[in-house]
Design a protein around this ligand. Structure first.
Ligand code: 13P
Length: 255
């Protein structure tokens, strides 16, 4: 049985004060130890403050990106060890926005994931097809090649710690969620490929769905056998909405 993992990707939203405000309002909803992993990925500038506020809570800290390099003359970059130093337990790599807007290739994503493992941080590796690719019937081909390329350097003995996120680009920020059945098809395909690559460990790898996840659609998505979590953008910016997503099993109620 895989433990569900619900992660908030705040993207480029929230100053430090706004981030602290969120945490103060969100933590009471997750006070008791639950049977899910909850993760917050604020922008780099808020990692330290959010991390301090989360200390002693069941909520884990994540970064939204990382440099594949250990250190050096890389102006504007942030190294894995710096994230570990702030208490990051996860980091998102290969998000479609980074792939589309900042030139992250599968090869670069693979290096980032390997660098994270080396620093003791679990990568959340994102894959997903565009609308054009889906309409051309190329979804599985695209997912297969992103998966193979992005996971090329994952150490086999650490594979179970990996988190994969299936985020169809056409569902991100559009309000157009993949149906649970459509998402399940993609997740099942990804799990087969993971099994080919990592054997039995594939059954332990969590695969999140991302793309317009909201409090009112999360339960149906999570009911699918290969959907083990959600990576949430817009709806994660509001503490009450994200709390309802975290409590998907009880219809959004925290008690
Ligand atoms: P939305 O939930 O806003 O569609 O964003 C999804 C996403 O990109 C999470 O990484």
């Amino acid at each position: 049985m895989r433990r569900a993992i619900l992660a908030a990707n705040w993207k480029m939203y929230k100053t430090t004060g706004e981030a602290e405000d969120f945490v103060a309002r969100f933590l009471p909803h997750v006070a008791r130890a639950d049977d899910v992993d909850v993760v917050l990925a604020p922008p780099f500038t808020a990692l330290d403050r959010v991390g301090r506020r989360l200390a002693g809570s069941p909520v884990a800290l994540a970064a939204q990106n990382v440099s594949p390099e250990a250190e050096g003359a890389f102006t504007g970059e942030v190294a894995p060890r710096m994230l570990a130093d702030l208490g990051c337990r996860y980091a998102i790599v290969g998000h479609s926005e980074r792939r589309a807007l900042f030139g992250d290739t599968d090869a670069r994503v693979a290096r980032k994931a390997a660098a994270l493992f080396a620093a003791g941080i679990r990568p959340i590796v994102c894959v997903g097809e565009t609308l054009e690719q889906r309409e051309a019937g190329r979804t599985l081909e695209v997912l297969g090649s992103q998966l193979a390329g992005s996971l090329a350097q994952v150490p086999a003995e650490r594979a179970a710690e990996l988190v994969l996120a299936y985020e169809p680009v056409w569902a991100i920020g559009t309000g157009r969620t993949a149906t649970p059945e459509l998402a399940q098809q993609a997740h099942a395909f990804l799990r087969v490929r993971l099994a080919e690559r990592f054997g039995a460990a594939a059954e332990r790898i969590r695969i999140q769905y991302g793309g317009s996840v909201k409090p009112d659609n999360v339960s149906a998505l999570m009911a699918q056998p290969d959907i083990d979590g959600a990576l949430v953008g817009g709806a994660s910016l509001d503490p009450e909405a994200f709390a309802r997503i975290v409590h998907f099993r009880t219809g959004g109620k925290s008690a």
